[in-house]
Design a protein around this ligand. Structure first.
Ligand code: ATP
Length: 760
C-alpha cells in the first residue's frame, strides 16, 4: 500500500514536472507568436501597390511561419492534457543503467540536456512497448539493432492533465486499458488508439515502409484506424523525404471522409489529401460529364436485381480482359506517333526519321506519349539551332565560292556583273529563307503528331469497327457492352467503371500533372475496388507505396470488386507484404458470433472475425409492430445507458426514405446521404454504413428482406458488424434476416427475451 502510495506520488511528481516544462514552452511559443504577428503587421503597413514581389514573399513566409508555430502551439496545448500514456523501464545492453521512458503522442526533449521527456509513439524505441513483452527485447533504429531488457511497462490514465490511475502490464494481466477503451461508447467520429495498439496491429503499422502492403482484416479489426496510424508512422519516419500533402487517402464515400476527419489532426496527417476514387479521377482528368456511381448501380442490383447489361459491363470494364483490350488499343494509338520523313531544313537533314522514332519508342519509353512529343520537340529545337548555323555558313560559303568563280573566272564584264549581282541577291534571299523556315520548322514538323483528346479517344474504342480489331473473338455480351456504353456516352455520362480505364489511358497518353502525383496511397475498403481501378491508379501515380486494407467478407460490390487478394499480390504489387488482422475490437462476442455464423452461408470460405473478450447482450429480434410500440422507450433507455449513437440500417435507399418520412421529427433521426455530416441518430442504407460504427444498430426490414444470395448475405454481414454494443433486428419474421439459417441460441426472440427494454 505504502509502496503504491509512494509510486503514485512519484508519478504525480513526474507529471507535474512534465506539465510545468510544457507550460514554459507554451509561454515561449505564445510570445513568439506575438512577435511574428507584429512583424506581419509591420510588413503590411509598409506595403504599397508598387511593392516588389519580394515583399509579398516576405509576407508569405511570415504567414507560413506563423501557421507552423501556431500548429505547434496548438498541439502542445492539446498534448498537455495527456502528455503520455505509457512508460517503459528499459536497460539497453551497452548502457550502465536502466532508463525510464515516457511514451506519448509527440516527443518532447529537454532543450538543455537533449534528453527525452516524452518519447514519440512512432519512435523506434517505442516499438518495444507495443511489440515485445517484458524481458529481453530488441529494436531497430536507423538500420542498427539494439538489445536490452524491459523490466516494466506501465499504462496511465490521464485526463485533462490529471493523473487518475496507472497499471502495470505483464504477461498474465489482460490489457485493461484496451478493455476500458473498448467498453466506451462511440463518438460520431473515428478516434486514435495509440495507447492501445495491439501487437498484430503494430506489425501492420510498422511493416516495411518501402514496400506495398495488403491487409485482409476482419470487420472491426481496426483496418481504417491502423491504415491512418501507418501514414502517421510513415510521415514521422520519412519526414525528411515525404510531405503530408503527398499522401493520398482513398475512402469509399464522402461520408466516410467526414467520419475519419477528426482523427487526422490527432495523428498529424491532416494535410494529407483525402478523396474518393471517383472524385480523384474526375479531378485529375478534368472530367465534365456526370458519373453514374457504383452505389446507384448497387442499389439497382439490390432493388431490381441489376438491370440489363449494366452489371456485366461493370464487371468486364474492371477486369484483366479489358486491360488487355486497352493495351491493344494503346498499341494502335502508339503507332500513330511514328514519323515517316526526316526533319529537314531547306533540304538539309537535321535529324533522321529513324533517330526521331528511336527517341519516341525507345529512349523516352518511360514517359507518357505527350511528354515524349514535348521532349522530341525540345531536341529538334536545340539540334536545329545548332545545325542552322552550320547550314547558313555552308550556304554562304557556297555562294561565296560561286561569287569568287564569277569574279575571277568570267571574262565578259556584263555577264560577270549580272552573275555577281544575281549571286549576291540570291545569297541574301536564301539565307533569309533559311532563317524564316527555321523559325517554323519544328512547329511544322510537330504537326504530324496526333493530338489525342482522352474524352474522344475512349468513347471511340467502343465503335464496332475499332473494338473488333482489338479482340480475338467478338461475342454477344461484348456487343451489348459496347451498345450500353455508347448509349451512355451519347447522353454525356460516364459510369464509374469508365474512370479506371480513362485513368489508365491517360497515364500513357498525357500522364498526371505533378500536383496530382501522390507518393503514398492508402486505400480503405479495397475489396470493393476492381482490378482495373487499383492497376490504373498504380500506373498513373507511378509509386509502389500503397497501403491497401479491406475485408473480402464485406465485398458487397461482388460483381466488380476483388474476389481474392492474390490478384493484387501476384499481378499488381509483386513485392508486397501480405498481413492479416483477425481480432475484432469493435463489437461484443454475442454480436460477432451471430455475424460469423452468417458467413457460413456464403459459397466461398470467408475470413471471419475473432472478437476480443467483451460480452454484451445477445442480438434481439423484434417485429415491426413491437418495435413501433416500443420505439420511444427503447431510445430513452439507450440514452439513459449512455448509448449515444444509434443507426437504423436498412437494406435499400428506398426503405431508408420511407422510414424517415414516417419517423416523428422530434426523434431527430437524420437520413444519411453521402454529403451529410455524421450525426448521433441516423437512418442509413447498409452500403453507406460500411466502415462506420455506432453504439446501437437496429437493422430494419419492413418492405424489404434479405435473401439467401451472396449480395444479401454480405450486406447483412456488413450491417450486423456495425454496432459496438447492441444489435436489434426488426422485421416481420426472423427469416427476413435469414435467421432460420443460423445456429440456435445466437439471438433472442422477443418472446424469450421479454419485449420490454427494461428487462434486457
Ligand atoms: N487497438 C485498439 N484499441 C482500441 N480500440 C481499437 C483498437 N483497434 C481497433 N479499435 C476500435 O475498433 C473499432 C473498429 O476499428 P476500424 O473501424 O478501424 O475497423 P475496420 O477494420 O476498418 O472495420 P470495418 O471493416 O468493419 O469497417 C474502432 O472503434 C476502433 O477505435
Amino acid at each position: 500500500m505504502t509502496e503504491n502510495h509512494n509510486e503514485f506520488s512519484q508519478e504525480l511528481e513526474r507529471l507535474t514536472f512534465t506539465k510545468a516544462y510544457m507550460d514554459q514552452l507554451i509561454a515561449a511559443q505564445q510570445s513568439g507568436q506575438e512577435e511574428l504577428k507584429k512583424r506581419q503587421e509591420d510588413t503590411l503597413a509598409r506595403l504599397d501597390f508598387k511593392d516588389s514581389s519580394l515583399r509579398y514573399q516576405e509576407m508569405l513566409s511570415h504567414a507560413n511561419f506563423m501557421k507552423m508555430s501556431k500548429e505547434q502551439l496548438e498541439s502542445l496545448i492539446h498534448l498537455r492534457k495527456k502528455p503520455y500514456f505509457a512508460r517503459i523501464d528499459f536497460h539497453r545492453k551497452e548502457k550502465p543503467e536502466q532508463e525510464i521512458f515516457y511514451i506519448g503522442k509527440m516527443s518532447l526533449f529537454d532543450r538543455e540536456t537533449q534528453m527525452p521527456i516524452i518519447l514519440d509513439w512512432r519512435s523506434p524505441l517505442a516499438n518495444v512497448y507495443y511489440e515485445g513483452r517484458l524481458g529481453e527485447v530488441s529494436y531497430e533504429a536507423h538500420g542498427d539493432l539494439y538489445e536490452g531488457n524491459v523490466s516494466l511497462k506501465r499504462q496511465y490514465q490521464i485526463e485533462e492533465g490529471e493523473l487518475l490511475d496507472f497499471r502495470d502490464i505483464d504477461m498474465t494481466t489482460k490489457d485493461d486499458l484496451l478493455q476500458d477503451s473498448l467498453a466506451q461508447n462511440s463518438d460520431t467520429r473515428l478516434t486514435e488508439i495509440v495507447a492501445t495498439i495491439q501487437e498484430e496491429q503494430n506489425k501492420v503499422i510498422r511493416a516495411d515502409l518501402r514496400k506495398p502492403i495488403i491487409v485482409q482484416g476482419a470487420a472491426g479489426s481496426g483496418k481504417t484506424t491502423i491504415a491512418l496510424h501507418r501514414i502517421s508512422y510513415f510521415l514521422y519516419t520519412m519526414r525528411d523525404i515525404f510531405k503530408p500533402e503527398e499522401m493520398l487517402i482513398l475512402a469509399p464515400n464522402r461520408l466516410f471522409i467526414n467520419y475519419i476527419a477528426e482523427v487526422l489532426p490527432e495523428l498529424g496527417v491532416q494535410r494529407s489529401r483525402q478523396s474518393t476514387y471517383q472524385d480523384f479521377v474526375k479531378q485529375v482528368l478534368g472530367l465534365k460529364w456526370s458519373v453514374i456511381s457504383k452505389h446507384s448501380m448497387l442499389m439497382d442490383a439490390v432493388e431490381n436485381g441489376g438491370r440489363g447489361d449494366s452489371l456485366w459491363t461493370a464487371e468486364y470494364k474492371g477486369s484483366k480482359a479489358f486491360k488487355a483490350v486497352l493495351n491493344a488499343y494503346l498499341q494502335q494509338i502508339k503507332k500513330e506517333y511514328k514519323v515517316e520523313g526526316d526533319f529537314t531544313l531547306s533540304g538539309f537533314r537535321i535529324k533522321s526519321a529513324k533517330a526521331i522514332n528511336q527517341l519516341f519508342f525507345d529512349k523516352y519509353n518511360y514517359f507518357p506519349y505527350k511528354t515524349r512529343v514535348n521532349k522530341i520537340k525540345a531536341v529538334l529545337q536545340s539540334e536545329l539551332k545548332r545545325k542552322k548555323k552550320q547550314i547558313l555558313t555552308k550556304m554562304a560559303q557556297k555562294y561565296d565560292e560561286e561569287l569568287d568563280k564569277a569574279l575571277y573566272g568570267m571574262k565578259n564584264p556584263d555577264k560577270r556583273k549580272t552573275r555577281v549581282s544575281y549571286l549576291i541577291t540570291r545569297k541574301e534571299e536564301r539565307l533569309k529563307e533559311v532563317e524564316t523556315e527555321a523559325r517554323y520548322a519544328v512547329q511544322r514538323f510537330m504537326k504530324q503528331y496526333p493530338k489525342h483528346k482522352l474524352t474522344d479517344l475512349y468513347p471511340s474504342l467502343f465503335k464496332d469497327e475499332v473494338y473488333t480489331t482489338l479482340v480475338d473473338e467478338d461475342s454477344d455480351s461484348l456487343k451489348r457492352m459496347r451498345r450500353h456504353s455508347r448509349l451512355l456516352f451519347k447522353q454525356k455520362k460516364w459510369s464509374e467503371e469508365d474512370l479506371a480505364p480513362l485513368l489508365y489511358l491517360h497515364s500513357f497518353i498525357t500522364g498526371l500533372d505533378r500536383d496530382d502525383q501522390a507518393k503514398k496511397v492508402v486505400i480503405d475498403e479495397a475489396q470493393d475496388y476492381s482490378f482495373m481501378e487499383i492497376y490504373s491508379l498504380r500506373r498513373a501515380l507511378r509509386t509502389d507505396l500503397f497501403t491497401i486494407v479491406g475485408d473480402l467478407a464485406q465485398g458487397i460490390y461482388h460483381y466488380r470488386g476483388l474476389k481474392n487478394w492474390e490478384v493484387l499480390t501476384e499481378e499488381v504489387f509483386t513485392t508486397s507484404n501480405y498481413l492479416t488482422l483477425q481480432k475484432t475490437y469493435r463489437t461484443t462476442i454475442e454480436i460477432m458470433d451471430l455475424a460469423n455464423d452468417l458467413l457460413r452461408l456464403m459459397p466461398d470460405e470467408l475470413p471471419g472475425a475473432e472478437p476480443v473478450v467483451r460480452h454484451g447482450k445477445k442480438p434481439q429480434f423484434l417485429t415491426v409492430a413491437e418495435w413501433e410500440g416500443l420505439f420511444e422507450s427503447l431510445i430513452a433507455d439507450f440514452n439513459s445507458q449512455g448509448l449515444k449513437t444509434i443507426a437504423i440500417v436498412t437494406k435499400t435507399q428506398e426503405e431508408a426514405e420511407r422510414l424517415h418520412e414516417r419517423m416523428p421529427a422530434e426523434m431527430n433521426f437524420v437520413k444519411m446521404d453521402e454529403e451529410q455530416q455524421m450525426g448521433e441518430r441516423m437512418i442509413v442504407p447498409a452500403y453507406l454504413a460500411k466502415g462506420l460504427e455506432f453504439d446501437v444498430v437496429c437493422l430494419y426490414a419492413n418492405h424489404t428482406s434479405y435473401h439467401l444470395n451472396e449480395l444479401d448475405v454480405k450486406l447483412l454481414y456488413v450491417a450486423m458488424t456495425r454496432p459496438l454494443h447492441r444489435l436489434y433486428l426488426i422485421g416481420h419474421s426472423e427469416n427476413d434476416f435469414l435467421l432460420h439459417h443460423v445456429s440456435e441460441g445466437l439471438f433472442e426472440d422477443h418472446a424469450e427475451a421479454g419485449i420490454h427494454p427494461k428487462s434486457e
